[in-house]
Design a protein around this ligand. Structure first.
Ligand code: NAP
Ligand code: MG
Length: 402
């Protein structure tokens, strides 16, 4: 087969540990044999972030602004233990946080469903998509330790002050922010996404307690919905529902699925992991950041799978699930194809997704899926990562691109 030509480059962002190993193998086994890959490569492995004083992370984000499409491998967010392990000069910020702060936008996460894996929550007949606001709140917060006797105040632009707390004992303080512009673009991208998939939109926050901060989210969503989307939603037969976040969580558990759930940044971080595991596995979820200017960054929702990496470097075989990372690549290739009108590239991306899912449906899968797989006349067989990738390649060769 002649390799598919790409008209424009995409941004390729490499990462850490087990997902870095998956990255190389997915490219070698599933992409480069079929596509003449054109990418601008950024190495966000922790050593290179340290070496470049984290400039590489910012460069990667600006490259996505320039080229429009990026695909990112999972990366370590350093904590105290990582600072020691990698001998870091400082505890670099979360690369995802830095990239999202530059691109702004919303992260959409949808479970990858297939025949043989049913959600733990029996009433969930359809996937639930989480729309996570990707700007601000605790992800770009400022924090400090306050000694006993400290008084912390918020100094506002008009010169007035608001007391945060008088510390009789030592303690901690945190300041977070968001902007009307970012909340508005979050709201618009959620309403647009709900229209594009013809599903209801739910949004939950804690406006009863956070009477200014969370209330602002609620008000901005309501006013944009009324003025820009109400009519289109009616015509499409879908609805927008606002509720308290705790009410939303309770209702989600009793729902049939099939809606988009808009979440503030932290809620989306936590709830997407819960949804992913309830739908099967952290490794069975797609994740894409859509910026207000129409740039796309595809990634896996899980981390660098550290435990598996240490097994791997000790020479043991691992059964790390590569599906979310494969789907990050197919999402990016498909979007590049759509933007450049390269039909063959879109076709290949969809074919690779189909091949990946049919291998699992035929009973060959990584170990995280074997205990939850159940399909008549098919026995689940757990295989190592590389055996799985090779089975997908052979599925592409024999059935899809024959
Ligand atoms: P993790 O890498 O997502 O892994 C947590 C556990 O989930 C694993 O130990 C494994 O369970 C299971 N798991 C996750 N992905 C899997 C896969 N593809 N196949 C099979 N099992 C999978 O989270 P973590 O251990 O909390 O974090 C590790 C590092 O990743 C941290 O340094 C963190 O900063 C970083 N992180 C990065 C991102 C990102 O870049 N998007 C997101 C989250 C975390 P078993 O061990 O039981 O097999
Ligand atoms: Mg998370």
């Amino acid at each position: 087969m002649k390799k598919i030509r790409m008209k424009n480059k995409l941004v390729e962002i490499d990462g850490d540990e087990m997902t870095r190993i998956l990255w190389t193998n997915i490219k070698e086994i599933l992409i480069e044999p079929y596509v003449n890959l054109q990418s601008e490569y950024y190495d966000l492995g922790l050593e290179n972030r340290e070496h470049t004083k984290d400039q590489i992370t910012k460069d990667a984000a600006y490259a996505i602004k320039k080229l429009g499409v990026g695909v990112k491998c999972a990366t370590i967010t350093p904590n105290a233990q990582r600072v020691e392990e990698y001998n870091l000069s400082q505890m670099w910020k979360s690369p995802n946080g830095t990239i999202r702060a530059i691109l702004d936008g919303t992260v959409f996460r949808t479970p990858i469903t297939l025949d043989g894996i049913s959600p733990m929550v029996k009433c969930w007949d359809k996937p639930i998509t989480i729309a996570r606001h990707a700007y601000g709140d605790v992800y770009s917060g400022t924090e400090a330790i306050v000694p006993a006797g400290g008084r912390v105040e918020l100094l506002l632009p008009d010169g007035s002050k608001k007391l945060v707390h008088e510390f009789s004992e030592s303690g901690i303080v945190q300041a977070v922010h968001n902007t009307d512009a970012s909340i508005s673009s979050f709201a618009r991208s959620c309403f647009n996404y709900a229209l594009s998939v013809k599903q209801d939109l739910w949004f939950g926050s804690k406006d009863t307690i956070s009477k200014i901060y969370d209330h602002r989210f609620k008000d901005i969503f309501a006013s944009i919905f009324e003025s820009e989307f109400l009519r289109q939603f009616k015509m499409c037969g879908i609805n927008y529902y606002y509720m308290l976040i705790d009410d939303a969580v309770a209702r989600v558990m009793k729902s049939n699925g099939g809606f988009v759930w808009a979440c503030k940044n932290y809620d989306g971080d936590v709830m997407s992991d819960m949804l992913a595991s309830a739908f099967g596995s952290l490794a069975m979820m797609t994740s894409v950041l859509v910026s207000p200017d129409g740039q796309f960054e595809f990634e896996a929702a899980h981390g660098t799978v550290t435990r598996h990496y240490y097994k791997h470097i000790n020479g043991q075989s691992t059964s790390t699930n590569p599906v979310a990372t494969i789907f990050a690549w197919t999402g990016a290739l498909n979007k590049r194809g759509e933007l450049d009108h390269t039909v063959e590239l879109c076709y290949f991306a969809k074919a690779l997704e189909r091949a990946t899912l049919s291998v699992i449906e035929s009973g060959i899968m990584t170990n995280d899926l074997t205990s939850i797989f159940s399909k008549d006349n098919v026995t689940a067989r757990g295989v190592g990562t590389f055996e799985f990738l090779r089975a997908v390649a052979s599925e592409i060769d024999s059935h899809i691109l024959k």
